[in-house]
Design a protein around this ligand. Sequence first.
Ligand SMILES: [Zn+2]
Length: 353
Amino acid sequence: MDPEAFVAHLPLCRALPKLELHAHLNGSIRSSTLLELAAEHSQNGAVSYPELVSIIEKEKRSLPETFKLFGLIRLVTTNHQVVTRITREVIEDFAAENIIYVELRTTPKNNPAVGMTKRSYMEAVMAGFNTDSIAFNRIYVRLILSIDRRETTEAAIETVRLAFDMRQEGCEIVGIDLSGDPAIGEWKTFLPALTLAREMGLPLALHCGEVHNPEEVKSILDFHPERLGHVCCLDDLEWQALLASKIPVEVCLTSNVATLTVPCVADHHFVELYKAKHPIVICTDDPGIFCTTLSREYALAASCLDLVSEEVVKLAKEAINLSFAEPQLKQTLHQLFDFSHLKQAPSLPIGAP
Ligand SMILES: [Zn+2]
């Protein structure tokens, strides 16, 4: 990757309207908010505050430090108010860098200690973006409910039923995800819930191939979800099956390098996917955890693929067709991708990175 090309692409990538289709709510938390919450928890001895400060201040975090952050976020995001606040801030940050549509994914949680059910958790999330704030006038928010790989079949089914019920009630829920520690859980545990989701008309965006697990990758490809996340660790046979399947891939460059699933951006498999004209969409995964933004990810991709401006715009625009947005909203999003608008070099919103 050419650092000069990366820097040259950044202004366009910041100004470009963008769609974020793979971002986890908890992983998108602001560092300042995490520090503030951790300070509160450090008073009861739950968090080592000095250690957290040292991790957050680093621009490049080691893998153990990254997992430490995930654990910490889980520890401090346990009540409804915090969930609402984080959601509001995450969406404000996305809107500030010209993201016009986001599919935010999160795992509904039960926490009896604070009277939290999976439904009340989701209501707290939705309270974070059903506001009159100016930022929310320029971003469309949709939710994907995640099944955590630690969950049982019953718990996974509960999440799918909740997604279906809330969507019937008019909530902005558009799909189901399978995520969490890829070393935990078996495909057969989640299959009944994912099959039910399909029967209920909920599209699937599943994490796939984060570790070497050919049997599961084969099962997922055979199941043919609407989208796949990552697909880093595939053998030749599965790679060919992926290409033949044309299942769109959510590409998270910085995340994959940070978690050591690919050696560097230049050697990332998205280059081959792009050259094969396989449908891909550039995403962040966890911008808070991996210290990145969607603009930065687009600039990385553009410099790596040696794209000209028109190709960068085309790549960003193609995300519309890969999104789970309703047809009418897709039309609106297409209208927001106006070349003449870009040629006028739009002024960046306040707070843009
Ligand atoms: Zn992810």
